[in-house]
Design a protein around this ligand. Sequence first.
Ligand SMILES: NC(=O)c1ccc[n+]([C@@H]2O[C@H](COP(=O)([O-])OP(=O)(O)OC[C@H]3O[C@@H](n4cnc5c(N)ncnc54)[C@H](O)[C@@H]3O)[C@@H](O)[C@H]2O)c1
Ligand SMILES: [Zn+2]
Length: 352
Amino acid sequence: MATIQANDYLIKVDEPWTEFSKFVQSHHYSKIVILVDENTRKYCYNRVKGQLPFDHQIIEIKSGEDQKSISTCEFVWSQLLNNDCDRKSLVINMGGGVIGDLGGFCAASYMRGIDFIQIPTTLLSQVDASVGGKLGVDLKHFKNMVGVFKNPKMVWIQTEFLDSLPANELRSGYAEVVKHCLIADKKQWEEISKYDDLSQINQWTNIVVDSIKIKNKIVGADPFESGLRKILNFGHTLGHALESQLLETENRLLHGEAVAQGMILESMHSVNHGKLSQIEFEEIKSYIELIFGKLEKQRLDINDLIYISKKDKKNFAGAIKISTIDKIGSCIYDFNISPDEIKSLFSQSNFN
Ligand SMILES: NC(=O)c1ccc[n+]([C@@H]2O[C@H](COP(=O)([O-])OP(=O)(O)OC[C@H]3O[C@@H](n4cnc5c(N)ncnc54)[C@H](O)[C@@H]3O)[C@@H](O)[C@H]2O)c1
Ligand SMILES: [Zn+2]
């Protein structure tokens, strides 16, 4: 059990549900709505509804990234209106990052903004989306194109929800845990890399708490992403290129699965520039491949990967920029990488 102070709200991990209802009831909301998708209704809401002793309505949307759209917002806003929600109402977002980003955005814009609480139910949303106040939806094929920064009243995390999460979704979230350790916490890296299979972890509290603390510290030092916060992008430039390229194929990768491969490639770039030691690189690579497996080279179109990398938001004045590590627990950002270097990373790496 732990409480983390994030900016102007608290993140509570594995605290008793009585505390949750006390918090909600103390605010005397006029209406309370819980937003779920079909999975989080079944596996999360139904599991804990007995612990929610206040009147509330449910709004259910379909699961999936393609629901993170303005048309789903329109549906949610209309439901809020139909349920007579006013400016003193509360939205509780119970689900993964899609529910959190979309539901938070709907609440932040409905009647110019009403209160919302995040109950993230995937590992990814617990360790990543729970901090930083980023909300929004996708526009056409562009991710997170429309949104705002706004903090929730509280983030309420129960690691018991991870029990029902599909194994690939758990693994995807674990990539962000690995990333947080590699960029900022060598000691915790040593702890987590003892697990050679995620099914060995039957107590997630410490891992989740530690991971949130790392992100919270980084976001706190750079709330508007002008410098240091870029280190959270480790693995994400080449990871995102892989994720986008494979999106429409049968080999598509979940976000974290792609980021895991991106971390290997971007670490290798650091080795090539005499920053990261070969020994630490081998340690990172073998652990990531143990948990996430290897990519198959023949699936990849390198020129297309370079094209996507050139479009990355972090680039500046035409140069492709990455964040990488110079040792385990220490990160560098705004590090140049040329198209030729990207090409050679892919040919250097021994993807099957
Ligand atoms: N706001 C931020 O700072 C931030 C950070 C990282 C990611 N994101 C966003 O988060 C989204 C991805 O989030 P995600 O990976 O959580 O995906 P998701 O919300 O799509 O959830 C993944 C799947 O798991 C199901 N699910 C959720 N909790 C479950 C549970 N406890 N048991 C069983 N099934 C469950 C969902 O219904 C869904 O099918 C992306 O849109 C990304 O842009 C936002
Ligand atoms: Zn990520």
